[in-house]
Design a protein around this ligand. Structure first.
Ligand code: G4P
Length: 289
């Protein structure tokens, strides 16, 4: 579920995270591997106030593995260990616990030195709506935890989920807002399904997707939609629209008179992208932003 963010929502969300931060040792920051920076809250460093943190690049199954490796390097340069995961199937989810213990190792060692039995590390998952927070919580819990509503105003008593004996996880994640003031960020988030479609026009999103695909994944685009030739001049909007029309023709999105229904073609392009039918696509390249 997606929500529209207003300043009041942001303040409330931030307060809720600050309350949770008092209870936990480490933060698990969940990003979308296809759009790692666009799916990141612009104030995350300030909000998390130096809590030990790991980054997870979720929906790795839908992202370009080579670019994901580049993003892992990008975060490493910033002192953050990033792990690609697929929360839906559980790929790499087993790696989270050892990384959590590593982040908290200094405290565990200090407790051992004092002769105290170390307690389980307490963790909180944070991320923007739709990034996969509930899916990951359920995967870590090994069962379905009741959804609480993806709204900054919805609260309930905090409960801990045991992840083995060595990690306790708060059952409600911290919900952050994306950096949607930037039009390109908005397009990337809309393309991946992180923000409400109604906020943007489908044809605008599909136009962005096609332009990006021609530049970075031309062969995949040609193969999926049987397009013989791709445009060379991507600065000419008519050339991009021609590709959208070719998709429409190929998939039968035709209105009376034989014209292509661009809205329908746009929907096909966006649905195919989100479902991974165009291949594994990453919409942000480190260094190109
Ligand atoms: P949230 O709590 O952060 O808001 O996200 P949630 O877990 O509800 O996940 C949002 C959607 O993303 C869900 O799809 C979920 O299945 C999907 N998802 C989560 N992790 C992964 C992953 O690693 N790979 C893939 N491919 N999908 C993942 P949904 O219920 O169908 O919702 P929607 O797609 O209709 O929005």
């Amino acid at each position: 579920m997606t929500i529209q963010w207003f300043p009041g929502h942001m303040t409330k969300a931030r307060r809720q995270i600050e309350d949770k931060l008092k209870l936990i040792d480490i933060v698990i920051e969940l990003l979308d591997a296809r759009v790692p920076l666009s799916s990141r809250n612009p104030m995350v460093d300030e909000i998390l106030k130096g809590k030990p943190r790991m980054v997870l690049l979720n929906k790795y199954d839908l992202a370009d593995s080579q670019l994901t490796a580049e993003w892992v390097r990008y975060f490493a340069e910033q002192g953050l260990k990033a792990l690609p995961i697929d929360a839906a199937t559980g790929t790499n989810v087993k790696e989270i616990l050892p990384r959590a213990k590593e982040l908290w190792a200094h405290k565990i060692e200090a407790q051992l030195r004092k002769g105290v039995n170390p307690r389980a590390v307490r963790a909180l998952i944070v991320g923007i709506p739709n990034v996969g927070k509930s899916t990951l919580i359920n995967q870590l819990a090994g069962k379905k935890i009741a959804a609480t509503g993806d709204r900054p105003g919805v609260t309930k008593g905090q409960q801990w989920i045991k992840v083995g004996t060595e990690m306790d996880l708060l059952d409600t994640p911290g919900i952050l807002w994306p950096k949607f003031e930037d039009q390109m960020v908005g397009l990337r988030l809309a393309a991946t399904g992180a923000i409400k479609e109604e906020l943007l026009h489908m044809d605008e999103i599909a136009f962005f997707v096609i332009k990006y695909m021609v530049k970075h994944y031309g062969a995949a685009l040609q193969e999926r939609f049987g397009i013989a030739e791709l445009p060379e001049d991507l600065d000419d909007p008519n050339e991009v629209v021609k590709v959208m029309e070719a998709v429409g023709r190929k998939r039968g999105a035709i209105v009376s008179g034989g014209k292509v229904d661009l809205d329908k073609a746009s929907l096909i392009i966006i649905r195919d992208l989100r479902a991974g039918k165009l291949g594994r696509i990453t919409l942000e390249v480190p260094g190109e932003l």
